[in-house]
Write a protein that binds this ligand. Structure first.
Ligand code: SF4
Length: 387
């Protein structure tokens, strides 16, 4: 997220202070009482949270857990590159029932091109050692992997199956309209190859990206802020205590997520003063015109909000992955219809929606759609206005 022009991290402390964690715990407690919340989830994210060290990590966990009571549960998670995971870390994860996400970009050759340590050496072997430690200790963990055109999709899928893990998730590369060449890589084709290999058998491994999308096709809730029609709920607390919106929005430009809110002076509810946070929370409702004409909008939701940005139009664009989403969602829908028991399919009268037909529907419907009344709001984030 800091690779596309945002250098604001230079002005922030490397680690959050114990004092700020104490203030944060009080803010969370107040927020939960005000809104009668029974559960509040906190994920440690970096950088690399394990660099904080075990003793300090236990201290801040204890501070955050101290606000738990019979009516409030604090659920902890942590995203790590796994390089430092050892037996003691696994014991900490298990003691506090933490859900762990491990970043790994597929097979050794590919991972080691992108992810290197301070000495410039590939990190794959160390990550796998961390994964095996988690398996040994039955830690609750999953793997996050970025879609990568250099990697054969089937090799990638087979590789994750071979690790003995229960599931992994796929992330699309974070880009926006100002840094994207739509001809460079057919993301949908890459994902479809994995889906077609996985869907008939599943082989004991869950691929959350597809599980969620299938849930949407079945008419169930989609648990993702990257697509679907849900209400997003995440906030970010930076190491200096500032309260910000989704960190991936930093790819939209220098200090894009910055505002004047911080945990020292503000309650968490004050986040609603931020227009960018309001946009993120409702991003799948503030859709551009094209998405309003789209037959898969309930599942796609216009895509992930950072991928919709351009300096010229702000967020008044469909995602850069629009064609990919349309192709992928229609492909999955067709596979679901194919797998239906014939009598049920006949009785429900469900029809396949092909990619070509979906495009036709968009082209026919678009001229009949009025400009949404929130268009100015979406465009207020244009580079000239939001600086
Ligand atoms: S597929 Fe494209 S047009 Fe349809 S909702 Fe997604 S981004 Fe919008």
């Amino acid at each position: 997220m800091y690779n596309m022009g945002d250098s604001s991290y230079i002005h922030q402390p490397k680690f959050i202070s114990i004092e700020n964690v104490q203030i944060l715990a009080e803010r969370i407690k107040k927020h939960c009482v005000q809104h009668d919340l029974r559960k509040f989830s906190i994920t440690f994210h970096g950088g690399e949270p394990l660099l904080y060290g075990k003793t300090k990590m236990i201290t801040i966990i204890e501070i955050l857990k101290s606000i738990e009571n019979d009516n409030l549960k604090i659920v902890l998670g942590l995203q790590t590159n796994a390089l430092l995971i050892d037996d003691e870390w696994c014991e900490i994860f298990n003691k506090y029932k933490m859900g762990i996400g491990i970043s790994l970009d597929g097979v050794k050759e590919i991972n080691d091109q992108n992810r290197i340590d301070f000495k410039g050496k590939g990190t794959y072997d160390k990550v796998i050692r961390g994964v095996n430690k988690c398996l040994e200790h039955s830690v609750d963990f999953g793997i996050l992997s970025v879609v990568n055109s250099k990697l054969n999709p089937i090799d990638s899928y087979r590789h994750f199956c071979s690790l003995g893990i229960l599931g992994y998730d796929l992330l699309l590369l974070d880009k926006n309209h100002d840094a994207h060449d739509s001809a460079e890589f057919e993301t949908a084709d890459w994902l479809i190859k994995i889906f077609d290999e996985w869907y008939p058998h599943k082989e004991g491994i869950a691929i959350n990206y597809f599980v969620n999308m299938l849930n949407g096709i079945y008419g169930l809730d989609i648990k993702s802020d990257a697509y679907g029609k849900g209400y997003n709920k995440t906030i970010i607390i930076e190491t200096n205590g500032s309260i910000e919106t989704l960190d991936v929005l930093k790819i939209c430009g220098e200090s894009f997520t910055k505002n004047n809110l911080n945990i020292i002076d503000n309650d968490l509810d004050d986040i609603f003063d931020s227009e960018l946070i309001r946009l993120y929370y409702h991003s799948n409702f503030f859709l551009p015109k094209k998405c309003l004409a789209c037959p898969v909008q309930d599942i796609c939701g216009g895509g992930y909000i950072p991928h919709r940005y351009s300096a010229e139009n702000g967020f008044n664009n469909p995602t850069i992955y629009c064609n990919d989403m349309l192709k992928l969602i229609t492909h999955l829908q067709n596979k679901v219809v194919d797998a239906m028991i014939p009598e049920i399919r006949e009785r429900s009268q469900v029809q396949k929606l092909t990619y070509e037909h979906a495009l036709e529907i968009i082209n026919e419907t678009l001229p009949t759609i009025q400009e949404p009344e929130y268009t100015d709001f979406l465009e207020s984030f244009r580079k000239t206005e939001y600086a």
